[in-house]
Design a protein around this ligand. Structure first.
Ligand code: FE2
Ligand code: FE2
Length: 468
C-alpha cells in the first residue's frame, strides 16, 4: 500500500482538528443562544405582565374597567405576543365574579400558579411555530403605587390573578440558525484557508528543500563533494545537510581505505597464484629431471599448449589454467621405478604397461586438490595419452569425452617428442611431423587441433628453437 504524503497526513489531521473545533463552537453557541434567548423571552413575559397589571390597576382606579379590552387588545398586538389572557384568581372571582370567559383559568397549569404564587414557564421549541408560555401571578400588595388592598378585600400577598401569555420564538430560532450557518460557513472558509496556507508552507519549507537536498546529496556523493548547509532556510534541513556532510566524509574515507585493502588483497592473491604456478612448474621440472626428459620439454609443452588454447579461443580462465597446469602432465612418472623410467632401451610389454600407469598415478596425486590449477593438472595428467579414436590409455576415452586440456597437451607432448632428438632417435623434420599429424587427425588427435597445428606449425617450430 503506497504511503501517504506529508500533505495528505497534514490535511487529514487539520480537517479533523478544525471540524471538532467548529462542531464544539456550534454546540456551545446553540446552547448559549438558546439559554440567553429563553432568559430574554421570560423577562419579556414578566415585563409585559407587569405592564398589564399596572394598566388594569389604573383602569380600576379610574373606574373604567369596562374599557380594559381596548388596552388588552393593544398589548396583544405587540410583536411576538401570540396570545394573552388575564385570569381572575379565586379571591377576585369571589369579590367581583368570574368575569368574562377568557378571564377564567383554562387548565391545571394556570390554576397551579394560584396555589404556589410562583411563575410557570412552558417551552414549546419543537412546534412549527415555537413559543414560550408564561403564567405570571400577580400578588396583592399595599406597598408602592399599586395598593391592591385598597380595592381587593384580601390579605397581603394573596394571589389575585395571573397573566397567561405566549411569546413567539420563531425570530430567535431563525436567528440562531443563521448564526450556526454563519459559523459553519466560516469554519469551511477557515479550513480551506488553513489547507491552502499549509500546502504552501509544506511546499516551501519541506517538499522543495527535500527535493533539492536529495538531488544535491546525490551529486555531492558522486563528485565526492559536500552540501552547503547555508542554502537551506530551515534549521532542520541545515542540520540534515551538516549530518550528510559528516556521513559523506566518513563514507569517502572508508571507500579509500577499502580500495587500499582491496588492492592489497588483489596483490596478495596474485602472489599466491604466482607462487602456485611456480610451484606447479617446479614440480614439472623435478619430474623432468628425474625422467631425464629432453631439456626444457616441460617449458615447451606449456608454450605449445598456451598457443593452441589461445588459437582455439578458450576463455581467459581456461587459457590460464592449461598454461599453468600442463607442466604436470607427466608428474605421475615420479611413481614409476627407475629401472623402467630410465631404461635406455625399448620397454618390454610388461614394462610398458607399468609405464602407462604414470597417467593414473599423476591423477591420483592431484585429484583431491580444491585448487582449479591442480584440478586441471589432474585431468591433464590422466588424459594426455588418450586418443581421439578411443585407442589411447588409461580409460580409452573417445572424441570429446577427452577433456580439451587433455587433447591439447596430447598434441603438444607428441610434437615435442618428435621434434626433439634423443639418443635413440633423430629429430623429425617439420614436414614429416606435418605428414604424421595429418595422418593421425581423427585417429590420435582431435581434427580441430590438427588444423590449428597446421596453421601454426611455424610457431611450434619457433617455440622449440627458442627453448631448446
Ligand atoms: Fe606421458
Ligand atoms: Fe611429456
Amino acid at each position: 500500500m503506497p504511503k501517504k504524503s506529508v500533505k495528505a497526513i497534514t490535511v487529514r489531521s487539520l480537517i479533523n482538528f478544525v471540524l471538532v473545533g467548529a462542531l464544539a463552537i456550534m454546540v456551545i453557541t446553540a446552547v448559549g443562544f438558546r439559554w440567553v434567548s429563553h432568559m430574554i423571552i421570560k423577562d419579556k413575559a414578566i415585563d409585559i405582565s407587569k405592564v398589564v397589571i399596572a394598566g388594569l390597576t389604573s383602569h380600576m382606579k379610574a373606574g373604567i374597567m369596562d374599557s380594559r379590552d381596548y388596552f388588552l387588545s393593544e398589548i396583544l398586538s405587540l410583536e411576538e405576543v401570540r396570545s394573552m389572557r388575564v385570569i381572575r384568581g379565586p379571591y377576585v372571582a369571589a369579590q367581583f365574579g368570574y368575569g368574562k370567559e377568557q378571564e377564567q383559568a383554562q387548565d391545571a397549569l394556570a390554576t397551579s400558579v394560584f396555589a404556589t404564587g410562583e411563575p410557570r414557564f412552558i417551552e414549546r421549541e419543537l412546534a412549527k411555530q415555537p413559543y414560550i408560555r408564561a403564567i405570571i401571578p400577580y400578588v396583592a400588595t399595599s406597598k408602592g403605587s399599586l395598593n391592591c388592598i385598597m380595592c381587593h378585600i384580601v390579605p397581603e400577598n394573596t394571589v389575585l390573578g395571573a397573566v397567561d401569555i405566549e411569546i413567539d420564538l420563531t425570530a430567535y430560532r431563525n436567528l440562531a440558525l443563521k448564526i450556526i450557518a454563519a459559523i459553519l460557513f466560516l469554519s469551511v472558509v477557515f479550513i480551506a484557508l488553513i489547507i491552502i496556507n499549509t500546502f504552501g508552507t509544506i511546499d516551501k519549507y519541506i517538499a522543495q528543500p527535500l527535493g533539492s537536498l536529495i538531488s544535491n546529496a546525490r551529486e555531492a556523493y558522486i563528485h565526492k563533494d559536500n552540501l552547503n548547509p547555508e542554502a537551506y532556510e530551515s534549521a532542520e534541513f541545515e542540520t540534515v545537510a551538516k549530518e550528510f556532510n559528516l556521513l559523506n566524509t566518513e563514507i569517502l574515507a572508508n571507500q579509500e581505505e577499502l580500495k587500499l585493502m582491496n588492492r592489497q588483497l588483489i596483490n596478495l592473491n596474485d602472489e599466491i597464484e604466482d607462487t602456485l604456478r611456480e610451484t606447479v612448474f617446479t614440480m614439472g621440472i623435478i619430474e623432468e629431471k628425474r625422467s631425464k626428459e629432453t631439456r626444457n620439454h616441460t617449458l615447451r609443452v606449456t608454450k605449445y599448449s598456451n598457443l593452441m588454447a589461445t588459437a582455439l579461443e578458450l576463455s581467459v580462465k581456461d587459457i590460464d589454467l592449461i598454461t599453468s597446469a600442463s607442466p604436470l602432465h607427466d608428474v605421475g612418472k615420479i611413481g614409476i621405478p627407475d629401472a623402467i623410467l630410465l631404461k635406455p632401451g625399448k620397454l618390454t610389454a610388461e614394462e610398458y604397461e607399468i609405464m602407462k600407469n604414470h597417467t593414473e598415478i599423476g591423477h591420483a596425486m592431484l585429484e583431491h586438490s580444491q585448487r582449479d590449477i591442480l584440478k586441471a593438472a589432474a585431468i591433464i595428467a590422466q588424459q594426455h595419452h588418450e586418443k581421439w579414436d578411443g585407442s589411447g590409455y588409461p580409460q580409452g576415452l573417445k572424441g570429446e569425452e577427452i577433456h580439451i586440456f587433455g587433447r591439447i597437451v596430447a598434441v603438444a607432448d607428441v610434437f615435442d617428442a618428435l621434434v626433439s632428438s634423443r639418443v635413440y632417435k633423430q629429430s623429425w623434420s617439420t614436414e614429416d611431423i606435418i605428414e604424421c599429424f595429418k595422418k593421425e587427425s581423427g585417429r590420435h588427435f582431435d581434427p580441430a587441433l590438427v588444423e590449428i597445428f597446421l596453421t601454426y606449425s611455424n610457431k611450434f617450430k619457433e617455440i622449440y628453437e627458442n627453448n631448446k
